[in-house]
Design a protein around this ligand. Structure first.
Ligand code: 3PG
Ligand code: CO
Length: 556
């Protein structure tokens, strides 16, 4: 208890009302025609940037600043919200799995030993996102896991692939499937019966999050576990080709579920009693739902029809509160004493909200991948249901205005010290690759910000606006050296659906911001992990000693 009490800040008063706004996928980039934020009508964000230079700055949101292996790694919502909420930089899943594979420790740990209980007869199934986007998983890690598992004695391996097109270019699934087929052929040459067994696009099959749509996971259960899907092919490359011919509007993110069958039409790799299963994504949010279906005997979100007795391990522990899954190959970063926990121990009351598709980002991920709350009286988490069953470019307003209105109401109620929201539009629409829709989404975002800043003004509060990583500010593939947009062979610009390595803005202000508060100038390399100390100060407390330094100073 006592050790989480924070000292009062020597200059900043307690009791301020703070509106903390996280824009998802909102970076700072060259203001050209591919920058949806620049193209959008954003009077509020423009005003903040240009009128108070000592209260606006950029933060690093990618690479080592958020615990990713290299500076080439773009930011993402998990590492971004982890850093924002925890106030420190932790080596992330991607890095931890890299080390475990490099040293071989992954095969010595209790998780892999558990899988080996399926030997000598059990098949090993590997389920996950097939790309090298580095957000949820990486191809090179899958490859090392495959080879190592064969060495460890698995004679039969089945891979269940989810095609990407969201963290990597649409259409690249063919390349990754070919790379996987090459690896599997190599393994077969060494006497391991290794094949692809099922698949589908990540947004249609398996990788839903925050219980937005259980049907997505059900599709995956049927394809991966039961070996049943509306589409059956003898090879995965054929599946991708034929499905696209049948419906040209289908893309990597949205391939329907399919299974691989042999010449007699029998599925080559359903999951059966005695098998071992690994979900090889290290990132939690989009594996939690399948992990529950695989790990939880009481599971009742859909009828699993057949529930094989398996040895299941996640690549990582996905939920530290639920201890889900029970077995895992690599221990996750240890996020302890995150800002949410400090606020609760110091009597600061938080009201937190987003729409379904990002709800867990400002709650679960913010709190260090824990599904619970630190307090039921000092915290309130409010979820606004996302639009169902549509691609967000068809509904680019999403729920931004509803979130903002609720947040404004929460701040006005006077009941809450911190009102924290995630506005999803820049990211979710950015991922569709639809530039015009993304522009509309960014315009809506600015309108939502206005609603929240008006409320802040009214109650004499403080606002902090930042973002978790870039996305909407760059919608085209660029030449890495020159920055020039790249065209494909047909002369069309290559659409960028993924995040970016851009820095993100942070702005502070509002009538409650004490006079003399401004951004320090001695932290040019500050990143998302510096934000927690900053808002803890604005709540009137000294930041914990092990947190990254605050971004602000108070001049007399
Ligand atoms: C996703 O899961 O939607 C993308 O891979 C990453 O997007 P996010 O990091 O913004 O959630
Ligand atoms: Co995103």
């Amino acid at each position: 208890e006592g050790k989480m009490k924070l000292a009062p800040h020597p200059k900043l008063p307690k009791g301020k009302k703070i509106m903390l706004i996280i824009l998802d996928g909102w970076g700072e980039q060259i203001p050209d025609e591919f920058n949806a934020i620049h193209r959008a009508e954003t009077p509020i964000m423009d005003y903040l940037k240009t009128t108070a230079p000592e209260k606006w700055r950029l933060l690093k949101a990618h690479g080592s600043a958020v615990g990713l292996p290299t500076e080439e790694d773009m930011g993402n919502s998990e590492v971004g919200h982890n850093a924002l909420g925890a106030g420190r930089i932790f080596k992330q899943g991607a890095s931890l799995v890299d080390s475990a594979l490099e040293t071989g420790a992954i095969f010595e740990g209790s998780g892999f030993k558990y899988l080996k209980e399926a030997l000598p007869n059990g098949t090993l199934h590997l389920i996950g996102l097939l790309s090298d986007g580095g957000v949820h998983s990486r191809f090179d890690q899958l490859q090392l896991l495959l080879k190592g598992s064969a060495k460890q004695g698995f004679k039969k391996i089945r891979v269940h692939v989810l095609t990407d097109g969201r963290d990597v270019a649409d259409g690249s699934s063919v390349k990754y499937v070919q790379m996987l087929e090459d690896t599997l052929e190599e393994l077969r040459g060494e006497g391991c019966d290794a094949r692809i067994a099922s698949g589908g696009g990540r947004m249609k099959v398996t990788m839903d999050r925050y219980e937005n749509d259980w049907n997505v996971v059900k599709n995956g259960w049927y394809a991966h576990v039961l070996g049943e899907a509306p589409h059956r092919f003898t090879s995965c490359l054929e599946a991708l080709k034929k499905l696209k011919e049948e419906d040209p509007s289908v893309n990597d993110q949205y391939y329907p579920p399919f299974v691989m069958v042999d010449e007699s039409g029998k599925p080559v790799g359903p999951i059966v009693d005695g098998d071992a299963v690994v979900t090889f994504n290290y990132r939690a949010d989009r594996m939690v739902m399948l992990a529950k279906a695989l790990d939880d005997e009481q599971f009742d979100k859909f009828d699993r029809v057949r529930c094989p007795k398996i040895k299941y391990a996640g690549m990582l522990l996905y939920d530290a509160d639920l201890k889900l899954p029970r077995n895992y190959l690599v221990s996750p970063p240890e996020f302890t004493e995150t800002s949410g926990e400090y606020l609760v121990h110091n009597g600061v009351k938080s009201w937190v909200c987003s729409e379904t598709v990002k709800f867990g980002h400002v709650t679960f991920v913010w709190n260090g991948n824990r599904s619970g709350q630190f307090s039921n009286t000092l915290e309130k988490y409010v979820e606004i249901p996302s639009d169902q069953g549509i691609s967000f470019d068809k509904q680019p307003e999403m729920k931004a205005i509803a979130i903002a209105s609720k947040a404004a109401e929460a701040l006005r109620s006077g009941e809450w010290d911190q009102v924290r929201v995630n506005i999803a539009n820049g990211d979710m629409i950015g991922h569709t690759g639809n530039l015009e829709a993304t522009i509309l989404g960014c315009t809506t975002t600015d309108k939502a910000i206005k609603i929240m800043l008006d409320a802040t003004e009214e109650v004499g509060g403080i606002f902090v606006i930042t973002a978790d990583h870039g996305n909407a500010e760059d919608m085209v593939k660029r030449n890495a050296k020159t920055g020039a947009p790249i065209k494909d062979k047909q002369g069309n610009y290559q659409i960028l659906t993924s995040h970016t390595c851009a820095p993100v803005p942070i702005a502070i202000g509002g009538p409650g911001l004490p006079k003399g508060v401004r951004f320090r100038t001695d932290l040019p390399n500050a990143g998302l992990a510096n934000v927690a100390s900053t808002f803890i100060n604005l709540h009137g407390f000294e930041a914990p000693h092990d947190y990254e330094p605050t971004l602000i100073e108070v001049v007399d």
